[in-house]
Ligand binder design. Sequence first.
Ligand code: ADP
Ligand code: MG
Length: 405
Amino acid sequence: MALRTLDSLGSLAGKRVIVRVDFNVPLKDGVITDDGRVRAALPTITALVGQGARVIAVSHLGRPDGAPDAKYSLAPVAERLAELLDAPVVFASDTVGASAQEVVAGLGDGQVAVLENLRFNAGETAKDDAVRGAFAAELAALGDVLVSDGFGVVHRKQASVYDLAELLPSAAGLLIEKEVDVLDRLTERPERPYAVVLGGSKVSDKLGVIEHLLPRVDKILVGGGMLFTFLAAQGHKVGKSLLEEDQLDTVRGYIATAAERGVELVLPVDAVMAAGFAADAAHVVAPADALEDTEFGASGMGLDIGPGTAKLFAAAIRDAKTVFWNGPMGVFEMAAFAAGTKDVAQALTEVDGLSVVGGGDSAAAVRQLGFDDEQFGHISTGGGASLEFLEGKKLPGLEILGWEA
Ligand code: ADP
Ligand code: MG
C-alpha cells in the first residue's frame, strides 16, 4: 500500500493539526549550529498555514532522560522557526500539560505553535506499549489530525511517531513523502551503475547495510573508520586505527560474496596515519599494506583515506548513475583529516544521475566543507532511518502511514 499523503486528509482549515517534525538540531551553548532540519520542515508547515490550519509542531531534541532538562529545550528552535517563517510562533513550556493546552486553545487559524521536547516525557520512548499509548492519548487530545513529517525518527516505534498515528487521522507530510520517494528509487529502480559509499564511525551498525546491499548494487566503496576492519581482514596491520576484531570473519565473508556476485568492492589503497587523535597531530600518508611502516609505527592511527584512495573513489563515483553516500571518509571535524571527505563530496556533485547524501554527520560535513545542498540530488535528514530503509527493514513510523516496504 502507498503512503497516505497530505491531500488524503481533506481540508484542514480551522483544524488543530499536530505535525510531528524532526527539530533535532545540533546545539552549542544554546545556539543552533546547523538549522538544516528546521528548514526541511518548512514546506509542510507553510502548506498547512496556507490552508488555515492551526499548526501544533512537536519534536524531540537530543536524548533527555524522560524528564525536563533545560539543555534540551526546543525554545531556541521555536525562535529560529519564527525567523524562517517570518511569522510569530507560540512556544509551550511543556508538551501535554497546562501550558500546551492553553497555547493550543489560543491558536487561531493559520497560526503556529511549538510544544516543548517530546522526550521530556518518559512515555515518548517507553518500551511498554501501555505507557507509550497513554502518552500518545494525551497528545491526541490536543489535535484533530496528525501530519507525520519527522523522517529522522520513522525507524523508531515511539509514541508520537507510531501510537499517535493510530489515534488520529494521519498522513505523511511533504518531507517524508520526498524522502521516501528518493530512497524508494534507490531500492527499487536505481539507474546503473549504482554505487554506495560507506564511512563514518559506527562500524558494526553499518556492516549490516553491506550485507543487504551486496545483492542490489554494482559497487561498494569503503572508507571512514570501517576501512581498517576491511584492511585487517585482508591481512594488513592497522596500528591503533578503529578496528572491530570480532567482525573480521564477517568482513571476509563480504569480500568473498562480493567477488562471487561480481560486485566491485573498492577498498582503500592508502590512508592518512596520525600520531594520535588530535587536530594538530603529526601525520603522513601510508600505503594500505604498510600502515605501520611510518614514523609512528604500530601506534599510528588512521584518520582519513589517502589521496590515492580519494582519486580511486572519485573516479568510481563519477562513473556511477546512482550514488548513495553515508558516513564521512575521515575525521572531517579536524581540517587535517577532512580531505578525503571533501574529495568524495566533490565527486558526488559531479555525478550525472542521482546523488544522495544520508546521515547527520555526513550532511553536516558537506555543509561545513562549503558545499550547497543544491549540488546534491538529495540530502536525507535521516541517517539511521535512511540506512534502515535501504536495508529493506520495516520502519514502524512509515508502515503506520500505509507504507509497505
Ligand atoms: P553519519 O552521522 O553521517 O551516519 P557516523 O555517525 O557513522 O556518520 O560517523 C561520523 C563520524 O565518523 C565523524 O564524527 C568522523 O569523525 C568519524 N570518523 C570517520 N572516519 C574515522 C576514522 N578513520 N577514525 C575515527 N573516526 C572516524
Ligand atoms: Mg552520526
